[in-house]
Design a protein around this ligand. Structure first.
Ligand code: PAF
Length: 282
C-alpha cells in the first residue's frame, strides 16, 4: 500500500493504474476507521481492481461550534487497517493541500441540503459536496462508496454527481451496527457507558417502527410515534422525520412510496444520527 499526501503524487501513482485499464474504487473517509468503513472497503475491493481510501477531516463541513478540533484521529491505526484490508492507495492530504490559500470555490447543494441535518448544520452539506467533488476530481474513480448511515449525505452526493456530470457510479452500502443495534460511528467513542446504553434508544425506536411497517402500518403519525416513544431516553432530540427517500421532502400520509425515518439526537454532548428505510414499490 502506498500512503500519499499530495495531489501531484496521487496523480502520478494513478497513471499506470489507469493505463492498465483498471477499475478504480474510492472510499472517502474522515478516518478513525470502524467496521462501517471496513464494509465500504470490502465493497470497493469486490467491485473494483484497485481501491483508494482517503482520510481527511474536512474543516469546511464543521460549524464553528462543532467538534472539528476534537474529532477522533488515529492515523497509524487507520493506516494499518487499510494495509491489512488490502487497500492499494491511502490518500491522506493535509488541509493546505485541499484548501490552498485563496481557495474560494464551493459546490452548493440546494433543496436536498435544506431539511434534516441541513436545517441544524448550516453549510455542512456545502462543505461535504465541495470536498467530495474535489476528492472525486483528484482520484477520478470509476465507482465510489458511501455508508447509508449518512442518508442525506448519500442523497446530496448522488444528486451532485448527476448535476455536475461526474462519470462516477455511487454505491450506497447498508449501515453496519454493533451487535446491540447501535449504528457504527467514529463519534460513538465520545459516549461513556451510561450514554452508550441510552443511545440504543435510537436504533431500538427505528427497529420498532420498521417492524410495525412490515406488519402493514402505513400511517406516518403512528410510525413516528413509535420511534418518539423510545427516544425519551435521549437528552435532546434534534429531529425525527419520515421523508421521501429520494427528494427528502416529508413523506405523504399514508405512505405510498419508499420513505426513510431519520433521527438526529444528542446523548450527553454527542450528536448521533441514524435512519431506517421503509421500502415500498415505487
Ligand atoms: O462521511 C464522511 O466521512 C465525510 O462526510 C466525507 C464523505 C468523507 C466527506 O468529508
Amino acid at each position: 500500500m502506498q500512503t500519499i499526501k499530495t495531489v501531484a503524487e496521487l496523480r502520478r501513482a494513478l497513471i499506470e493504474i489507469r493505463k492498465a485499464g483498471k477499475r478504480v474504487g474510492f472510499v472517502p473517509t474522515m478516518g478513525y476507521l470502524h467496521d462501517g468503513h471496513l464494509a465500504l472497503i470490502e465493497a470497493s475491493k469486490a467491485q473494483s481492481d484497485v481501491s483508494v481510501v482517503s482520510i481527511f477531516v474536512n474543516p469546511t463541513q464543521f460549524g464553528p461550534n462543532e467538534d472539528l478540533g476534537t474529532y477522533p484521529r488515529d492515523f497509524l491505526r487507520d493506516e494499518k487497517l487499510c494495509r491489512d484490508a488490502g487497500i492499494s492507495i491511502l490518500f491522506a492530504p493535509d488541509a493546505k493541500e485541499i484548501y490552498p490559500a485563496q481557495f474560494q470555490t464551493f459546490v452548493e447543494p440546494s433543496e436536498l441540503a435544506k431539511p434534516l441535518c441541513g436545517a441544524f448544520r448550516p453549510g455542512h452539506f456545502r462543505g461535504v459536496a465541495t470536498v467530495v467533488c474535489k476528492l472525486f476530481n483528484m482520484v477520478q474513480p470509476d465507482v465510489a462508496f458511501f455508508g447509508q448511515k449518512d442518508f442525506q449525505q448519500c442523497a446530496v452526493v448522488r444528486r451532485m454527481s448527476v448535476d455536475l456530470n461526474l462519470p462516477i457510479e455511487i454505491i450506497i452500502v447498508p449501515t453496519v451496527r454493533e451487535a446491540d443495534g447501535l449504528a457504527m460511528s467514529s463519534r460513538n467513542r465520545y459516549l461513556n457507558q451510561q450514554e452508550r446504553e441510552r443511545a440504543l434508544a435510537i436504533s431500538r425506536g427505528l427497529f420498532a417502527a420498521a417492524e410495525q411497517f412490515n406488519s402493514g402500518e402505513r400511517d406516518v403519525e403512528r410510525l413516528l410515534a413509535t420511534v418518539k416513544q423510545r427516544l425519551a431516553a435521549v437528552d435532546r432530540l434534534e429531529y425525527l422525520d419520515l421523508v421521501d427517500s429520494v427528494n427528502l421532502k416529508p413523506a405523504g400520509n399514508p405512505l405510498r412510496t419508499t420513505a426513510a425515518l431519520c433521527v438526529a439526537a444528542y446523548v450527553g454532548s454527542t450528536r448521533l444520527i441514524d435512519n431506517m428505510v421503509l421500502s415500498l414499490p415505487a
